[in-house]
Design a protein. Structure first.
Length: 174
């Protein structure tokens, strides 16, 4: 161990000389000097941040298009949309609960179909916004929701058949 320490000190150059005269006094004088306090004025920074926020909100609201949806047409259509959205959400939760290795591909295919129907619905929303309340577009939007439910129900039936292969059309074969 001693050899390693000797070797370390011999290989590295250390400053073993005494400091220049007055070193201690200079050091103490620097320590005792009053600190220069740099005051940062936060007022201008907070004002600038407020201005940036106001401009951001203004730009966001001016560029945001008001899009019509089924719920915006009438209270009856709002009920229809709420029914479909909540039912689809419940079916999706049921679908996710049944996800396993056997049902993975079926569920993924269903989700892809739902995504295509969602894209189609988005096109209907923009068309409704552009052309106004046309009965044809409203009916297409409702059909789109019905198609989504059909996809989910068919997928759940397929999953049920995978889980119970002996059950066919409510008949049990032993």
């Amino acid at each position: 161990m001693e050899d390693k320490l000797d070797q370390f000190f011999s290989e590295n150059e250390f400053d073993f000389q005494e400091p220049h005269s007055g070193h201690l006094e200079r050091f103490e004088r620097k320590l005792n000097q009053p600190k220069k306090v740099v005051k940062t004025s936060w007022k201008w920074l907070s004002v600038a941040a407020s201005v940036v926020l106001i401009i951001g909100f203004w730009l966001g609201s001016s560029h945001q298009k008001s899009q019509l949806d089924l719920a915006d047409i009438s209270p009856k259509m709002e009920e229809v949309q709420t029914y479909f959205v909540s039912t689809i959400r419940q079916e999706l939760q049921t679908l996710e609960k049944n996800r396993n290795l056997d049902t993975e591909s079926i569920i993924e295919n269903a989700l892809e179909e739902l995504e295509e129907l969602e894209d189609e619905y988005t096109a209907f929303v923009s068309e409704l916004t552009k052309n106004g309340e046309q009965r044809k577009i409203i009916n297409a939007m409702i059909r789109n929701y019905q198609q989504r439910l059909d996809v989910l129900e068919n997928t759940l039936k397929q999953i049920e058949q995978i889980k119970n292969p002996n059950t066919l059309n409510n008949e049990i074969y032993i």
